[in-house]
Design a binder for this molecule. Sequence first.
Ligand code: EPU
Length: 419
Amino acid sequence: MSVLKITGGCSLSGSLRVQGAKNSVLPLLAASVLTEGLSVFRNCPRLSDAEATVRILRHVGCRVYGEGDALYVDASGPIRPEVPDALMRQMRSSVIFLGALLSRCGEVSLSLPGGCELGPRPVDLHLLALRSLGAEVIEAGDRICCRAGALKGGRIDLPFASVGATENAMLAAVRAAGSTVISGAAREPEIRDLQDYLRACGALVSGAGSGTIRIVGVEKLRGAEKRILPDRIAAATWLAACASAGGRIRLYDACPAHMLPVLRALERMGCAVKTGENLIVLERTGPLKSPGPIITRPHPGFPTDAQPPLMAAALRARGTTVMIETVFENRFRHVPALRSMGADIRTAGRTAIIRGVEGLHGAEVRASDLRGGAALAVAALGAEGETLLRGMEHVERGYEDMAGALTALGADARLCEEE
Ligand code: EPU
C-alpha cells in the first residue's frame, strides 16, 4: 500500500501541465464500443479508473493498446453485451456501458456500478432515459438487463441534470431510429467533449452545453480521433493547493473558461488569478479570507468535485466559510481527517461551517474517497510538519501521479511504500 508523505509549510512555485479529464476519458472510452472501427484518444491521463475501463473494453471484445498518452480502441470485431460484476464494481462510470452496449448490441446485462461512496447513487434516471427510447429494463437484485431490439428515438425529460444519465441517453439515442430530444440535460464540459467525439464518428448530435440536446439517429458510426479536454477538477485542486500553501503557480494546457466559479472563489479568498489561452496563473502572498458561501450546483455552478479541495484551502482563511453541498448527500467524509489536522469544521446534513484557524498541523490521515483525499493533500501543504496520507488508491483513481505533480510545484511530497 502506498502512502503520500507531505511536509507542509513551504510555499509553492513552478509550472504544471494539467492532465486530461478523468470524467471525459471514461465516457469516451465507453462510447467507442458504439463504433465499428478504430478510435484514437489522445491526452489520456494514466489513472486506475481508465485502466478499469480498458479492462471492460477488452472483456466485451475490443482490442485496446496504448502509446504514450494515446489509447487506441478497435471495436470492429464482435461485441459481447455483458459486463461481469467484478469489473462493474471498480468505478461508477462503468454504468455508461449500459447505453453504449445496448446501442451497439440491442441488449445488455450488467450489475450496479461501484465508485466513491458519496451517498446513494441510484441509476433511475439512466433507466428512465433508456425506457424512453423503448428499451425493456429488467432489474433483478444488483443485475440490470436491458433489451431493445431496435431503439426508437423519443423525448427524454430528465428531472435532474445527471451527468451519467445524459451520457447514457446520448449513447442510446445516436443509433436509435428517428429523432430524440433530451431535455434537462447536464451541461458539463465533458458532455460537450462526448458530443464532439460522437460527431467525429458520424453521429448527428447538437445542443451539448445547453439543457437541450437534439439527436437524429444514424445506422452506423465509424471510429474517430479525439483529444481529451483538460481536467478542470485536477486544475482546481492544484490552485487550491497553492492557495493553501502560498506562492505562485502556473498551470498550462488548462481551460479557465470551464472553471470560472472556482477561479472567482479563489479571488474572493485574496488570491491573484490571471488567465490566458490554456493558461492559469495563481499567486497568494497575503493571508486568506473567506470566499463567502459556496453552494455546489451542476455546471455552470460551483462543481461538487472541487468542494473538498476548496474547503481544505479555506481552513486558515479569516472569518467563517459556509459550504452547502447540493449534488451528493454525503460529501463531507474528509471532515474528520481535516479536524485531526487542527481544522474547525462543523457539519449539519449538507452544510459545513468552517471557522478559520491560525494554523494546521500534519497528521496521519486516510482518504475515504477521491476528492476527499485531494482535500487532505491540500490541507497538508498548508500545515506545519509531516502528514502521512493513506488510502492513495482512491486518489489514484483520478489524479495522475499526484506526488510528481506536487513536487513539480515545489512541494515536499513523496510516495512511499508501506509494509
Ligand atoms: N442521481 C440520481 N439518479 C440517477 C443518477 C444520478 O438520483 O439515475 C443523483 C446522484 O445520486 C447524485 C446526483 O444525481 O446525487 C448527481 O449525479 P450525476 O449522475 O450527475 O453524477 P455521475 O454521473 O454519477 C459524474 C462524475 C462525478 C461528478 C458528478 C457531478 C464521472 C465519471 N463522474 O458522476 O465525478 O461528481 O458527475 O458533477 O463523470 C469525481 O470525479 O470525483 C466524481 C465523483
